[in-house]
Design a protein around this ligand. Structure first.
Ligand code: GCV
Length: 698
């Protein structure tokens, strides 16, 4: 009887169009694009005709709940809008304007921009404004992206696996492409267009040469056709040695005319199939990938060869600066700067150098990369990792908005105060026309796309910050929560509170106070600060923390590797002294005794322990906050989140306990009074092994 009644209620709710009412199941597929329930009652008129404008109108019909005014979509140059003299000068090609105005004697909501793409972005912005509670009857909003290339990097392999992917197999079903275009490709494009993402690199930077063969170009073309109306271009990661593997040449030397001709012909072939192909992304001479250094050529010579091949088609090259060599005994954190800084001014005009946010590798916290601001003549692209290789995979709740914000706001001081990383990469600091930002995607074939509801927020935050790097992580969290869970303030406030505390919690329980690279080998899952037996020194956690009986931390000052000298003098000066280094980065730059006095008055050791404890406690706090919204969030997403928080709590404790057990084995110090001892002995933690962890390349 009870069951039947519930069923009837469910049917009624659905019939009323309240498909996202909390009591009903929600598998997370809709992301931030939850439909309004029934087709919009609002009158929506499109002036002009194009696939993109039609899609913009369809989005409004699907997602816009009844609006107070009829909506008109039109390009800014359309005579229909001429009388309104709208201020569109600053919009560029992609900016939009939303305005409630009187058109032909009727109060109307105008959605406009200079191109169809801009109108599409405007339509999504209108939906976002409504879902986040704006008064549409009075809306007057314009926005243009500050960064030109807003790109997702898929580390997707041709066999369907995803390097560092924790949301199932690759979204691209290479096997059935190009004949079958999974409708998910369209939904993926919609979700990205809603954020303003305008480029997708389809394949892993550890690229297979086959991705440049005709069958795979045909598959890329099929995806490009799906994405095109949504304003999204496709790019490919290129394997530098492809002229040998695919072209059967003897060399891939960038100065060899035959090699140059091969790349030119290959690019022409791609552009014949994909006229708006974006260009190439290259990982060269890094972690075993081939590159120009194999021929004693510079990275600039390698990049420029590819740049010349795509230039006639207006293509670009994104050349990664993620390099470190086993033959270089210098501090790994210094190597990219050492290699790339002298190349400033040597890259072709259509090359961007793509730099990870920090100098090691997407750690839960890293100081900003010293290359930002250091190559004034070179457009520089920032690379974030949205997928959480080092922040708990898909299971841990770690909202990356604060990490992204921290990096974008970091002041390089390259041209005095206020020379933020954001201004370097948006091109404004040095007046570059090309500008870009990339995020390593966290998307796979999981029904909820990203492996968990809260992971979706990281994709969302990346997209919003790519559009406007000055937005705050807090504001983005709020608008994401409103679009994801609805407008109940109890849910929204709770979600935002959890999100804003979450990244710092991960830093605390994995590696506080500037510790980095203390994870398990290969899979990067779980703690491994004791690891010291890997072939390359810089693969070992002990290389990074240098803990011994007397102290802990990597001395990157003059008495050590002097990596601090790679920063502008104003920054370097602060980092050279442990007393003026932010404590959150202390052990990144300094090797200090365990009894070093911290600002809190505690010793370094006591402070470390307090951070580990705080990390675990924050996860417990998130669990109890989530309990508080039980019944206010649909059962499916609520339950999965609750289960994942439990996993996170167990694993936070594991990280804490394993780390403390190891540090104590090194420093011989007792735990401060009242602090819980690790659950197991160190040998137990060392014995844990996870060869089959997801996302790990085999
Ligand atoms: C694509 C880290 C990751 C690798 C990744 C590499 C990169 O080392 O562990 O999986 O390879 O970064 O960014 O190229």
């Amino acid at each position: 009887m009870m069951k039947k009644r519930l069923l009837t209620i469910g049917v009624c709710v659905a019939a009323l169009g309240l498909a996202s009412a909390p009591a009903l199941a929600n598998d997370g597929y809709d992301l931030w694009l939850a439909p309004a329930g029934s087709p919009s009652a609002t009158e929506i008129r499109v002036v002009g005709q194009s696939e993109t404008l039609d899609r913009a109108a369809a989005e409004l019909r699907r997602d816009l709940a009844a609006a107070p005014l009829p909506v008109v979509l039109a390009r800014a140059d359309d005579p229909a809008l001429a009388a309104l003299r709208l201020p569109t000068a600053a919009l560029g090609d992609e900016g939009y304007l939303l305005r409630a105005a009187t058109l032909d004697g009727r109060k109307t909501l105008i959605v406009t921009g200079k191109t169809d793409r801009a109108v599409l972005y405007g339509a999504f912005a209108l939906i976002r404004a409504q879902k986040t509670g704006a008064d549409l009857a009075a809306i007057d909003l314009q926005s243009a992206p500050k960064i030109g290339l807003r790109v997702l990097n898929h580390w997707d392999n041709l066999d369907g696996s995803v390097e560092r992917g924790y949301a199932g197999q690759s979204l691209w079903d290479w096997w059935t492409l190009p004949d079958f275009k999974d409708p998910r490709y369209t939904d993926y494009a919609r979700a990205n267009a809603a954020l303003g993402i305008n480029g997708i690199v389809l394949n892993n930077v550890n690229a297979k040469p086959e991705s440049l063969t005709a069958p795979y170009i045909a598959k890329a073309k099929a995806l490009a056709e799906v994405f095109r109306p949504w304003g999204i271009k496709v790019y490919l990661s290129a394997r530098f040695s492809a002229p040998i593997e695919v072209g059967h040449l003897k060399s891939a030397d960038p100065l060899d005319p035959e090699v140059q001709a091969w790349w030119k012909a290959k690019s022409d072939e791609i552009y014949r199939e994909i006229p708006d192909f974006g260009g190439f992304l290259v990982k060269a001479n890094s972690e075993g990938q081939p590159g120009p250094r194999d021929y004693h050529r510079s990275h600039a010579e390698g990049a420029n060869m590819l740049a010349a091949a795509v230039a006639p088609h207006n293509g670009i090259v994104m050349w990664r600066a993620f390099v470190y060599a086993e033959t270089d005994p210098d501090d790994r954190a210094k190597q990219a700067y050492t290699e790339f800084k002298p190349l400033d001014g040597k890259f072709a005009d259509n090359v961007l150098v793509q730099v990870k946010n920090g100098a090691i590798d997407f750690q839960p916290r890293e100081p900003f990369h010293p290359l930002f601001g250091a190559m004034p003549k070179t457009p520089m692209m920032l690379e974030f990792q949205i997928t959480k290789e080092y922040l708990g995979f898909a299971t841990h709740l770690a909202y990356l908005g604060p990490l992204f914000e921290e990096v974008l706001e970091a002041d390089t001081r390259a041209k005095g105060k206020g020379s933020t990383v954001a201004k370097v990469i948006d091109g404004s600091l040095y007046g570059h026309k090309l500008s870009g930002i990339a995020g390593v995607a966290n998307v796979g074939r999981d029904r909820d796309w990203s492996g968990s509801t809260f992971n979706q927020a990281n994709w969302y935050a990346f997209g919003r910050l790519a559009w406007d790097p000055t937005l705050s992580a807090d504001r983005i969290a709020r608008e994401w929560a409103q679009q994801t869970f609805g407008n109940d303030p109890r849910v929204v406030d709770t979600a935002v509170k959890m999100m804003m505390a979450s990244r710092e919690a991960v830093v605390d329980y994995t590696g506080p106070l500037g510790l980095a690279h203390v994870m398990g080998t290969g899979h990067h899952y779980g703690p491994g600060p004791w690891i010291s037996d890997l072939a390359r020194p810089e693969w070992n956690p002990v290389y990074y923390h240098k803990a011994d009986r007397d102290g802990i931390g990597f001395d990157r000052t003059k008495t050590g590797s002097n990596a601090v000298a790679q920063y502008e003098p104003a920054v370097a000066k602060l980092l050279a002294d442990p007393r003026t280094t932010p404590e959150s980065e202390l052990l990144w730059f300094h090797h200090l005794p365990w009894d070093w006095k911290m600002k809190s008055g505690r010793t370094l050791w006591q402070e470390m322990v307090a951070h580990y404890d705080r990390g675990v406690a924050t996860v417990a706090q998130m669990q109890s906050e989530w309990q508080g919204v039980k019944g206010l969030v649909d059962a499916e997403r609520w339950q999965k989140t609750a289960s994942y928080l439990q996993i996170q709590h167990n694993e936070a404790k594991w990280w804490r306990d394993a780390s403390l057990a190891y540090w104590m084995s090194v420093n011989g110090l007792p735990l401060p009074a009242g602090v819980a001892a690790p659950e197991h002995d160190l040998a137990w933690y060392k014995a844990q092994d996870f060869p089959l962890a997801p996302g790990h390349p085999h």
